[in-house]
Design a protein. Sequence first.
Length: 148
Amino acid sequence: MVQAVVALAVVAVAVGVGLLLRRRQVVQAPTQPRLAVPSQLDRADFPAAQPWLVAVFSSASCHTCADVVRKAEVLASPEVAVVDVEFSAHRELHRKYGIDAVPILVLADAEGVVRRSFTGPLTATDLWAAVADARQPGSTPEPELGNG
């Protein structure tokens, strides 16, 4: 009987110490995936002669993608080309640029350097302001829009 009480007391102390140590342990936040956004595009991959390129990496099954494409299409002009790089039609480009989630929108200059980018949903105002500021720095009050 005494042995059972001692064993029970040892187990109770061990459980108590374990709970105390667990409460004192700092739990790190789970890591969050970071989406890969290209920093350079090969302009030969996109049949656009305009000096600026808005490329939207999208998927036909993504409702948010369709919204981003609609907002981007308004930017099409003699100076800005807008290309929807839909996954099923352009798998090789998604693979080449390491696109593993959509929508991703990038604004590239004539050399293919990505000047602004957005991942996920965005507002038309933020997109248009980011494109305006990339094309003419200092033209908007929020020049950090679309800077990753």
